[in-house]
Design a protein around this ligand. Structure first.
Ligand SMILES: [Zn+2]
Length: 243
């Protein structure tokens, strides 16, 4: 993805697009492309423990998480759209399906990022990923109503779950995000409700960076300190050349 492209990330909660895909989103905008996040909930019940412990009301928690997500998206140069569908549990509804079909057709994304199907720690993540993949298929169908042209076939990449070893996650794509690492770091620091995760995801970025170097060989000229994000392709890569 070296050309200017439109990237759509569909996430269950605000932190997800930051920890797991912040680098990909920042790369897209740094290259003159567009990054849009469909944030299906505010993570108000499941990923805002520190705010509940501080005695905040539901509306206050949602408002805080919205503001944090907007700050994080701004740091990445991305636009975030909130669907306020509720979390813990996130529920797939026909209304949400329709909203996402409309979004796919409006944006015509070149690349789609979302959750992998299985996460035994967080039921919302798999549901959000299922919704993203299902509505991408529906948006491709001429018989399904919605605005604009039907969707083409943008590749779908699942981003990395929190503990990938137990999520059946196969990191078969490593994205070099070194050039935008500082932007991802700024975005991660925009989420004080989950500040305990900044170091964890910094370590993960370094570890995936080491693996990116190991798998690319010296002739690609990757810098010494590489940061990377791991992804798993859902559909086959189409290419005219094996490389
Ligand atoms: Zn989440």
């Amino acid at each position: 993805m070296t050309q200017a492209a439109t990237v759509l990330a569909v996430t269950a909660h605000p932190g997800d697009f930051v920890w797991r895909a912040g680098g990909a989103l920042a790369l897209a905008t740094a290259r003159g492309g567009r990054a849009v996040i469909a944030c299906l909930s505010f993570g108000e019940r499941g990923e805002s423990a520190s705010l509940w412990r501080a005695g905040k009301t539901l509306d206050e928690v949602k408002a805080t998480r919205r503001a944090e997500a907007e700050d994080a998206a701004a740091a990445l140069g991305a636009d975030v759209r909130f669907f306020d569908a509720g979390d813990y549990p996130l529920v797939a509804t026909r209304e949400l399906d329709t909203q996402l079909i409309d979004l796919y057709r409006e944006l015509q994304p070149d690349v789609v990022l979302t959750h992998s199907p299985y996460d035994p720690y967080n039921v919302d993540h798999g549901i959000a990923g299922d919704i993203a993949r299902k509505t991408r298929i529906l948006a491709q169908a001429a018989g399904v109503p919605g605005p604009g042209e039907v969707l083409g076939a943008p590749p779908v990449f699942c981003f990395e779950p929190h503990q990938s070893e137990v999520c059946n996650f196969n990191p078969n794509v490593l994205l070099d995000i070194t050039a935008v690492w500082e932007k991802k770091l700024t975005a991660m620091r925009s989420l004080p409700a989950q500040k305990h995760l900044v170091e964890y995801y910094s370590d993960l970025g370094r570890r995936r960076g080491v693996q990116a170097k190991r798998n690319s060989g010296p002739n690609l000229g990757l810098p010494v300190d590489v940061y990377a994000e791991a992804y798993e392709r859902v559909y086959p890569q189409v290419t005219g050349e094996l490389s």
